[in-house]
Ligand binder design. Structure first.
Ligand SMILES: O=P(O)(O)O[C@H]1O[C@H](CO)[C@@H](O)[C@H]1O
Ligand SMILES: O=c1cc[nH]c(=O)[nH]1
Length: 247
């Protein structure tokens, strides 16, 4: 097979630097701002494009919602030769100090992702590459985007059920945002010897759900995502340019 089975990504010829996002439409919008972009694969929720940003070849792929499915994409991107992955997502804030539209750059993630516990013992960390964190920080500052660095809670279930969530405990332990894939990305990257980072746009406060019902389609969020696309692409190309530096 010349293409990989789950995503239909070609086995060879992909750039080494990838931006991954949950929403296939977001992937298409990112591809539209690249130079010379074209779709290289489309299967299930996985839509993949290549193009260049500031002269640097990049991949853009969607991974859908949730860690287990996202790991299928991360596996196949790695098999196709991708070595650096940045995720650009959306997340709920866990503190009133972070506003809608702000960025959170995830230094590490709580592994409540529903998949990595089947891959590696639970004590194994989910951490970003420090140079990815700093590249995202610098790119956010260059774009004047309000950004916070810290821990995120990656949780497999989007909506609560009947079980009590350890929300209060994580808030007290200074976890600042909640989303659904970053810990899977970080664990996958560490296990494979790849480089990963992530930035999320805040689309509401996940603690005070009754005050701000979940609505990621508000202008404050969509405009921030548009700006975050450029932040993430700038960070990705900065990492590509610095790829030869010592660890
Ligand atoms: O905006 P994306 O990248 O999809 O990220 C967040 O949005 C989805 C939930 O609606 C989950 O995938 C979560 O992680
Ligand atoms: O998982 C998510 C993603 C976006 N916003 C949330 O509140 N949770």
């Amino acid at each position: 097979m010349t293409v990989l089975p789950i995503t239909k990504i070609p086995r060879t010829g992909l750039p080494a630097h990838a931006l991954v996002v949950g929403d296939p439409e977001r992937a298409a919008r990112i591809a539209a701002v690249l130079d010379g972009s074209h779709e290289v694969a489309r299967n299930r929720e996985y839509h993949t494009y290549t193009g260049t940003w500031q002269g640097v070849p990049v991949v853009v792929s969607s991974h859908g919602v949730g860690g287990p499915g996202a790991v299928c994409l991360f596996d196949e991107l790695a098999e196709a030769g991708v070595t650096t992955l940045l995720r650009l997502g959306t997340a709920g804030a866990l503190t009133a100090a972070i506003s809608d539209g702000d960025l959170v750059i995830a230094e590490a993630a709580v592994r409540d992702d529903g998949v990595t516990h089947q891959l590696v013992p639970p004590e194994y960390p989910a951490v970003a590459a420090p140079e990815a964190v700093l590249a995202l920080r610098d790119a956010a500052a260059a774009h004047g985007a309000p950004a916070h660095r810290g821990l995120v809670w990656t949780r497999a279930a989007f909506a609560p059920g009947v079980l009590r969530l350890p929300m209060e405990e994580y808030v007290r332990a200074r976890v600042i945002a909640i989303e659904m894939e970053l810990s899977a990305l970080y664990v996958h990257a560490s296990m494979r010897g790849l480089r990963a980072g992530g930035v999320v746009v805040i689309d509401g406060n996940a603690v005070d759900e009754h005050d701000t019902p979940y609505d990621p389609h508000r202008t404050v969020v969509t405009e921030a995502v548009e700006r975050a696309v450029r932040v993430a692409l700038d960070a990705l190309t900065a990492l590509a340019v610095r790829a030869g530096e010592p660890a």
